[in-house]
Write a protein of this length. Structure first.
Length: 664
């Protein structure tokens, strides 16, 4: 296997596809990542991608647009990464977070929409993860991670840079038992005085919070400061002045998206079995902060992925049910759910829709939507109709459509009778096709129509489609979007019945005449990486496999990962049980069964699934003389996110399948 692929034809194809999508140096907006709408219901703030050169991490910039008239007004320029835009209650100011590329040191910025001036707020001791305006517009709540704290898995799962003096080259890496530098805290930025003040919270690490009136905040917090502590976090009410915290609700599973109504009398929060911080999708709870009374809102076999308040009595929800993406409103007085919008072909960036309510009476909402071959656009519901504002050049979508013949929704029965869903991306031409099954991460996540012009996986899928492969995206048990009973089936059975859900999906495609049974491949990252390694120990049908960021030895992964709680939750066992699932469900322990050529890929900086996990399976396969390879990207974490590594990544994966599947 060559180290330098830059002269490889597939590498050049990946570069050509990426240039058609990212249009470097042209000043074209090519992707949308975040959205907020001002009080007037027309002015929108957008975080978008505009690429100058295909080098390093993709930058993001802040723009303002009128969603009725169109046009783009840049707020920021240069090569920073901007995120988290939010208008002040009166719509006069725009707060956002910004960090120079490569630093991860996000700090608060304030843009005045009248003067067009942007000012950096006073820096905090740490990096800001999120912000929320107070109702009176006089202050901003900041969620701050200590320098050295880990980023989430969806953001690369890397350690942020520590503060203080850099250690000398000879100094050891020392890990104390109590790592206070990781603590996540809450700060208040005062707009009048331009100052920041830390809320003096004792013995709690705050993962997520929002205002609950002006004098308190509702917070998802834990006593532990390490990344794994999030899995056991509970809901607290914290006094802004003295920092005192009162436990309101201790969940069975994980919590996300806490928000309070304008009166501060009700808290909405989502509880779900969840594998990744930032990806909670499950049941809506309405909690009274005074007495802790909890209302569990039934959502009929779907999952709530976001919650915010339209008024003191109405909550706006992002929702997923089977193939459907939806925006709902819930009235806490009538206990009635009302559908604002739904669609089976459109989804949102990151698969989870986040509706922004516009107005209290009209039930209008705004959100970002996309499809596999449709670049993101602003969508606004008015009287039940969807109005689009497109700010991305339509020709970019056409360059993606060139390789996608069709996308089909498929469903099949697992061996135990459970109905399973998925999507099938078809290339040009006639089948049966060589099929690559792409297993998603999580496991509590789901494939929805995601813009293929984004990320290393999107580029890889486009290159596969261009070369005539069909890409199968199954959502096995444990996936979100089917309700908590469906998602919870993975707890304690990681690598169990979910295995047969996937294999049954391939059987179904063969019966339909879509799949060439002699040319079946499998790939995936994170949970998908584990499942890729696991499947080739369980079934001999696979002609080739590519396992990315996997967990291949659950014992060593538990002891070296920054989220050991994940293993305990989904395996339902202890790492020191010599005859338990940590051993029996580890692919490395069954390497003698493997006959499939398997490429192993990892990021050297990955803390969730350390690169040693890919190395272990690679070494085990070599012992049994299986065709294998190992690729470790030195500057990447939990996923490949920078150029030109993304070109190399797509070329290596497609090259592996071409070598072992093309003429099989």
């Amino acid at each position: 296997m060559h180290i330098d692929l830059r002269s490889n034809a597939l590498f050049h194809e990946a570069v050509k596809i990426a240039h058609a999508i990212y249009k470097p140096g042209t000043g074209s907006l090519v992707d949308l990542l975040d959205l907020d709408i001002a009080k007037n219901g027309r002015t929108a703030a957008l975080v978008g991608v505009m690429v100058e050169q295909m080098e390093g991490r993709v930058p993001s910039r802040l723009f303002v647009t009128d969603i009725e008239l169109g046009g783009l007004e840049p707020v920021t320029t240069g090569s920073a990464i901007d995120r988290g835009c939010k208008f002040s209650p009166d719509g006069a100011l725009l707060a956002f977070l910004s960090a120079p590329i490569g630093t991860g040191n996000f700090q608060l910025q304030i843009h005045d929409l009248t003067t067009k001036q942007t000012q950096a707020a006073a820096a905090v001791d740490g990096w800001v993860e999120y912000l929320h305006w107070a109702q009176d517009g006089r202050s901003i709540l900041l969620g701050v991670a200590g320098h050295g704290a880990d980023t989430s898995g969806t953001d690369g799962a890397v350690a942020s840079k520590r503060g203080g003096k850099a250690p000398l080259p000879w100094m050891p890496d020392v890990r104390p038992d109590k790592e206070e530098f990781r603590r996540r805290s809450l700060w208040i930025y005062d707009l009048k005085w331009g100052s920041v003040k830390r809320i003096p919270i004792a013995n709690l690490n705050v993962w997520e919070a929002s205002w609950c009136g002006l004098g308190s905040v509702a917070a998802v917090a834990s006593e532990r400061v390490d990344e794994g502590g999030w899995y056991g976090a509970a809901l607290y009410l914290i006094d802004v002045e003295c920092g005192s915290a009162r436990l309101i609700y201790k969940p069975v599973d994980q919590l996300g998206w806490p928000s309070c109504n304008p009166r501060g009398t009700k808290i909405a929060v989502v509880e779900a079995v969840c594998s990744d911080r930032g990806g909670v999708a499950g049941q809506l709870l309405i909690i009274d902060p005074t007495n802790g009374d909890v209302e569990h809102v039934s959502t009929a076999g779907g999952d709530v992925s976001y919650a915010c308040w339209r008024s003191s009595d109405q909550v706006s929800l992002g929702f997923h049910r089977g193939f459907e993406t939806a925006a709902l409103d819930y009235d806490i007085m009538t206990c009635k759910l009302t559908e604002v919008w739904s669609n089976e072909r459109l989804s949102a960036s990151g698969s989870y829709i986040r509706p922004l309510p516009i107005g209290h009476e009209g039930r209008n909402s705004a959100f970002l939507l996309e499809d596999y071959n449709k670049a993101p656009f602003i969508a606004v519901t008015k009287a039940g109709n969807l109005h689009k504002t497109e700010v991305i050049d339509p020709s970019i979508g056409e360059s993606v459509k060139a390789w996608v013949e069709n996308v089909e929704a498929v469903q099949w029965a697992a061996p135990d009778g459970l109905e399973v869903h998925g999507r099938l991306l078809l290339p040009k031409g006639r089948g049966p096709f060589p099929v690559v099954m792409h297993v998603h991460g999580g496991p509590v996540f789901h494939w929805a129509p995601q813009w293929l012009g984004r990320s290393s996986w999107g580029l890889t899928n486009l290159l596969l489609l261009k070369h005539g492969y069909a890409v199968f995206q199954p959502n096995p048990r444990g996936s979100s979007g089917r309700g908590q009973d469906f998602a919870s089936r993975i707890k304690g059975d990681y690598g169990g019945l979910d295995t047969f859900d996937l294999l049954a999906g391939l059987d179904h495609l063969a019966k339909l005449g879509v799949a060439d049974e002699a040319r079946i491949g499998v790939m995936g990252s994170s949970y998908g990486g584990f499942m890729t390694s696991w499947l080739v120990t369980q079934d001999q049908r696979f002609a080739a496999a590519v396992s990315v960021a996997p967990s291949n030895n659950h014992i060593s992964c538990h002891l070296t990962s920054n989220i050991p709680d994940f293993k305990a939750l989904f395996l339902g066992d202890r790492f020191d049980n010599p005859i338990g699932k940590y051993v029996l469900r580890s692919p490395v322990m069954l390497a003698s069964r493997v006959r499939t050529p398997t490429l192993n890929i990892a990021g050297a900086l990955d803390l969730c699934t350390p690169p040693s996990q890919a190395l272990e399976f690679y070494s085990a396969l070599r012992e049994y003389r299986v065709d294998t390879g190992l690729v470790v990207y030195p500057e990447e974490g939990h996923g490949v996110q920078s150029f030109p590594a993304m070109f190399d990544y797509a070329a290596r994966i497609v090259g592996w399948f071409e070598e072992h599947m093309h003429q099989r």
